[in-house]
Design a protein around this ligand. Structure first.
Ligand SMILES: [Zn+2]
Length: 226
């Protein structure tokens, strides 16, 4: 890791990537993944922890809630220095339900609203929750806590269809020999996944994981490098 950001004439970034999401561990995990793909973003990612309740919202409610997040993102950017703009906004939320036709419809509805209002944003709606992404990397988990082991029945699965990935991690993966997984382990898990080179070889599938990376690629092409 170089630790170097993009060249900054004033010493401050003139554009920032904003990550919105209620859960600090989830935001931090996204930051780790983004910085792995684009090391030049180091020091240019800021976070907002305001409520994100978009997946059940429709119509005027959805419009207002997206607007509130965008306004907050612009305010946070401005605090980085006058004239700092939001290069792109990532909005994280857990779907809290398994993958299926509803997921695609909900994602489309919210993503279209974000796009309509800003043009530069991505809706990271994890199925069922971000812990499902960790189950794609069974080889990384023992590097966080040695005794953690993903049972065979959860290997090479569509992890977006496992109803309760968090309790799989707390119960089945943690077992009785190691300490139990808690939500605050999430950033460490993703740090191990990226640092030990597992990122490009997920074992299993999860449509929200695939979609996230498609968005990240598009982002690099069209948003913060333009
Ligand atoms: Zn983007």
């Amino acid at each position: 890791m170089s630790g170097r950001g993009r060249p900054r004439r004033s010493g401050r970034p003139k554009e920032v990537i904003v990550i919105a999401g209620e859960d600090r561990n989830d935001r931090e995990s996204l930051r780790i993944l983004l910085e792995k793909r684009y090391p030049e973003l180091r020091g240019s990612i800021v976070q907002i922890g305001d409520p994100v309740r978009l997946h059940k919202a429709t119509g005027t409610n959805l419009t207002k809630r997206v607007r509130a997040i965008l306004n907050k993102a612009e305010g946070v950017a401005e605090k980085q220095g006058p004239g700092t703009r939001v290069a792109c906004l990532y909005v994280h939320e857990d779907f809290d339900a398994v993958d299926g036709p509803d997921y695609a419809a909900v994602h489309r509805r919210v993503a279209q609203e974000i796009h309509r209002q800003s043009g530069r944003g991505h809706y990271v709606l994890a199925v069922v929750e971000m812990e499902a992404w960790m189950l794609l990397f069974p080889d990384a988990l023992p590097h966080v806590v040695k005794a953690w082991k993903v049972p065979a029945k959860y290997l090479r699965r569509d992890t977006g269809r496992l109803p309760d990935p968090k309790s799989i991690l707390m119960r089945d993966v943690s077992g009785t020999r190691g300490r139990r997984y808690t939500e605050s382990d999430a950033p460490d898990v993703f740090r191990v996944i990226v640092e030990q080179g597992h990122l490009d070889s997920p074992q299993g599938t999860n449509s929200s994981w695939t979609r996230f990376w498609r968005d990240v690629e598009l982002c690099g092409r069209e948003h913060f490098r333009t």
